[in-house]
Design a binder for this molecule. Structure first.
Ligand SMILES: O=P(O)(O)OC[C@H]1O[C@](O)(COP(=O)(O)O)[C@@H](O)[C@@H]1O
Ligand SMILES: [Mg+2]
Ligand SMILES: [Mg+2]
Length: 344
């Protein structure tokens, strides 16, 4: 008989890794797991319930909100509110932080940054979407929590994770001691350990970028795409182009198979499109913990000092050797030198 380890059991077991732990972070991860199950239930039957389509509202970034964006946002915020371990939430769907002032949360130490529904453009077409979360601890216990306590560097994360709502629902997270993946077993309603100690291959043959923006990319990125497309058996090129358009799904695939995900600056997004606090930092923490790399082309994503809640950054993330290769192309093009391996 196969024994299953549920997320709840695993979290408790791993608590021993943290001598100061009192169970608060465990309960917070549990609360996120519960909200993920509720969102998954709606995603699974999205066509049958009134949850597809536009919500008719826009978020702080001027993006049209989907009904599922708003629904997921409400579910995660209500779970974090009622759980009692979270003192402030920074969500993609809200311009400002949501400070939680309740009796149950008066001693709460944790700060959660969240992208409640990632891959919104794929919601209505039954393609994998996700949720991304990042957890920090307050930097002081004095007085009410301040915005500056939210704007911590990615290296200060105490935990991060994502949920993929795909052919199966999976929750993948790290607390800085490796990465583990759990698959939802609908028959028992539990996330069960299915991918222990996930490791991303050091190299890969999959590159993931919206090539529709090709002409808007910096030269170094264009050169790297050309490099990926040139025939060369030794380096197994041409590489395979895969792009779901849901960052969580693209990163999850590369985490398992190896590969690189790139969202550079473009002329329409001169600072990049993806958000540092609740997309890039959490996924960078996971990929680094799995043995990969995440940079903005020059610097480590986790080392960037945040200045605002919804700031964007270019990102190159995945198998270490592939990220180092694209960094090389970006450096060479900024030194206006001809890269090797493009016009073989
Ligand atoms: O359509 P584009 O420009 O390729 O952008 C796709 C990217 O935008 C996102 O959908 C942005 O995330 P949200 O859906 O949470 O706003 C990413 O998941 C995805 O990688
Ligand atoms: Mg997103
Ligand atoms: Mg989103």
């Amino acid at each position: 008989m196969t024994t299953v380890t549920t997320l709840g059991q695993f979290i408790i077991e791993k608590q021993a890794d943290f001598p100061y732990a009192k169970g608060e972070l465990s309960r917070l991860l549990r609360d996120i797991g519960i909200a993920a199950k509720i969102v998954n239930r709606e995603v699974n039957k999205a066509g049958l319930v009134d949850i597809l389509g536009d919500n008719g509202t826009t978020n702080i970034q001027g993006e049209g909100q989907k009904k599922l964006d708003v629904y997921a946002d409400e579910q995660f915020i209500s779970a974090l509110r009622s759980g009692g371990e979270c003192c402030v939430v920074a969500s993609e769907e809200h311009g400002d932080c949501i400070f939680i002032h309740s009796e149950i949360s008066k001693n709460a130490k944790y700060i959660v940054c969240i992208d409640p529904l990632d891959g919104s453009s794929n919601i209505d077409v039954n393609v994998s979407v996700g949720t991304i979360f990042s957890i920090y601890r307050r930097t002081t216990t004095e007085g009410p929590v301040q915005l500056k306590e939210v704007l911590q560097q990615g290296v200060c994360q105490v935990a991060a994770g994502y949920v993929v709502y795909g052919s199966s629902a999976m929750l993948v997270y790290t607390t800085g001691k490796g990465v583990n993946g759990f698959t939802l077993d609908p028959s028992i309603g539990e996330f069960c350990l299915s991918h222990p100690n996930m490791q991303i291959p050091r190299n890969g043959v999959i590159y993931s970028i919206n090539e529709g923006n090709y002409i808007k990319f910096p030269q170094g990125v264009k050169d790297y795409i050309k490099y990926c497309q040139v025939e060369d058996q030794i380096t197994q090129r041409p590489f395979i182009s895969r792009y779901v358009g849901s960052m969580v799904a693209d990163i999850h695939r590369n985490l398992i198979k190896g590969g690189i995900f790139l969202y550079p600056t473009t002329s329409s997004h001169p600072k990049g499109k993806l958000r540092l606090m609740y997309e890039c930092n959490p996924l960078a923490f996971i990929v680094e913990q799995a043995g990969g790399k995440a940079t903005d082309g020059y610097c480590r994503i986790l080392g960037i000092q945040p200045e605002s809640l919804h700031q964007r950054t270019p990102i190159f993330i995945g198998s270490t050797e592939m990220v180092e290769k694209v960094e090389e192309f970006i450096r060479l093009s900024s030194e206006q030198k001809q890269p090797i391996g493009v016009n073989d």
